[in-house]
Design a protein around this ligand. Structure first.
Ligand code: ATP
Length: 308
């Protein structure tokens, strides 16, 4: 369990994280999303005690990270998978971490097994592919058998097979009752991995809800209508207050009027309708809508600045 209360980080005049409150619960995969610069990494660094909050607090399993006597047994973090001595074998890398945290060799071999690294455990970590490096990072995070896992962009740069592996693996960790908190800027990836999503925009929480709820909100009210008299129907629907776009000569996209009402209006006017489909929005649409005003540098702004 991770709990943030009015958590704030300022760098000089810049407020990177702005008095945020959130709870990350056990037994679920919680996705932490936001555009570049939204404050995700800063928040994660504060959770694991690598950065001090300017204000407010964040606890893991009930206490600030630094106050745990054996933090590796509470929290496993994967913040930078490349933070590995390249000349060391994967097993020696894990043994070195284990030794400084009074974790036995048996556990090292266990996490090598759990993360599927057996065949490469004695090879130099410097020669690892990104996917193998990510597995090694996860193995290190799991050494202390922690109840809470914090992962910054764990699928960044992985091939589809690697992404699928991480996804299944994280879901299995949550199914064991652990708290799994991972950041990403890819909403589509989160839709398949996370149960719950927290979205940050410019240091503030702009959404905190189950994935299903965010999806439901995304395309709420958009209906695809196909009719041989699309233009006539468009006029009728607009008079009723709908926002109508003629997508093709016989297809309309309608918002503001639900499918049943569209059917009634078409029937009353004697207009034949071939198709009437409520469209569920994609998570990507929901994300774009949520963060539209929150991205740090809009392309248009950058262009305007360049033209100045
Ligand atoms: N050490 C620092 N000094 C000054 N500003 C910083 C520092 N670290 C982060 N920032 C600023 O704080 C804001 C949030 O950065 P952060 O890295 O937490 O965002 P993020 O959501 O993780 O983005 P990304 O997806 O790009 O990693 C950014 O504007 C960043 O420039």
């Amino acid at each position: 369990m991770i709990e943030a209360h009015s958590l704030t980080k300022r760098y000089g005049a810049k407020t990177a994280v702005d008095a945020i409150d959130f709870t990350v619960r056990p037994g679920l995969v919680t996705g932490f999303l936001g555009p570049n610069g939204a404050g995700k990494s800063t928040t994660m660094r504060m959770i694991v005690g690598l950065d001090r909050p300017s204000d407010g607090s964040v606890t893991v399993n009930g206490k600030p990270y630094a106050q745990h006597r054996a933090p590796r047994h509470q929290v496993g973090a994967l913040l930078d998978a490349r933070a590995v001595h390249p000349g060391r074998s994967a097993r020696n890398h894990l043994l070195a971490i284990a030794a400084t945290h009074r974790i036995g060799k048996k556990r090292v071999d266990e996490v090598i097994g759990i993360t599927g690294l057996e065949s490469v455990a004695r090879q130099r970590a410097g020669g690892f592919s990104l996917g193998m490096g990510q597995r090694l990072g996860l193995a290190a995070a799991l050494l202390g058998d922690p109840a809470t896992l914090i992962l910054d962009e764990p699928v960044n740069g992985l091939d589809p097979e690697g992404v699928a592996w991480v996804r299944v693996f994280l879901r299995s960790l949550a199914a064991e009752g652990r708290t799994v908190f991972l950041s990403s800027h890819l909403m589509s990836e989160m839709a398949q991995t996370a149960d719950h999503i927290i979205v940050l925009g410019r240091g503030r929480v702009v959404a905190d809800a189950p994935v299903g709820e965010i999806l439901a909100g995304a395309g709420a009210g958009t209906v695809r209508v196909r009719s041989p008299r699309a233009e006539q129907l468009a006029g009728i629907l607009e008079t009723e207050g709908g926002a109508v776009t003629l997508v093709e000569s016989d297809v309309l996209s309608v918002t503001g009027i639900d499918a049943e009402r569209i059917a009634e209006l078409a029937a009353a006017a004697g207009v034949v309708v071939y198709e009437l489909t409520p469209i569920a929005g994609s998570l990507e649409d929901a994300y774009m809508a949520l963060t539209r005003d929150e991205v740090e540098y809009h392309t248009t702004q950058t262009l305007a600045e360049e033209n100045r």
